[in-house]
Design a protein around this ligand. Structure first.
Ligand code: SF4
Length: 165
């Protein structure tokens, strides 16, 4: 995955193409894995080399429904933040100015994954999505407004049994 400093893009909007859920294997913290197993069943998680991941079924995330996420309110943090990566130092020294993002007297270094089809799409300034991503990353906010699709799937998956594989 080659990340690009955020300043190369002006706007961002999730197009609900669903390609990120198909392409990436999502890694989880132990706490996230335990929470998801408790709520949806042990079969939603895979463990490899002592690390936790969202299980994939038929080439995509077990929770994907159509092109959307079936557990919007329970999404792991990696999914909430993607395609934004909020770091506390630049990946390369020469990125410093292009990746720096100042918010609330702190400097963050923000990159995006150019695989995302939503870059430079829509009319939401990318800064608005980045501020929300920073708040999510530092635990100040959970609900997503600018960092997810406007076609959020409701209702979310409720039953463990519907996910048994
Ligand atoms: S985050 Fe990007 S790749 Fe994923 S569904 Fe939205 S537009 Fe598509």
């Amino acid at each position: 995955m080659k990340l690009v400093p955020w300043r190369f893009f002006r706007t961002w909007e999730c197009l609900a193409c669903g390609l990120c859920c198909r392409r990436y294997i999502v890694s989880l913290s132990r706490e996230e894995a335990l929470r998801l197993m408790e709520k949806y069943g042990p079969w939603v998680i895979s463990i490899e080399g002592g690390k936790y991941f969202l299980r994939r079924v038929n080439g995509t995330c077990i929770f994907q429904r159509g092109n959307l996420c079936g557990i919007q309110d329970d999404k792991p943090i990696a999914c909430r933040l993607w395609p934004f990566f909020i770091l506390n130092k630049p990946i390369k020294a020469r990125d410093r100015l292009l990746a720096e993002f100042n918010w609330n007297d702190y400097s963050f270094y923000v990159y995006v994954d150019p695989f995302c089809r939503g870059l430079n799409k829509g009319s939401t300034p990318i800064e608005k999505a980045i501020i929300e991503a920073i708040k999510i990353k530092i635990g100040e906010q959970k609900t997503q407004f600018y960092t997810t699709s406007k076609y959020i799937l409701k209702p979310s998956i409720k039953k463990k049994e519907s996910l048994r594989i």
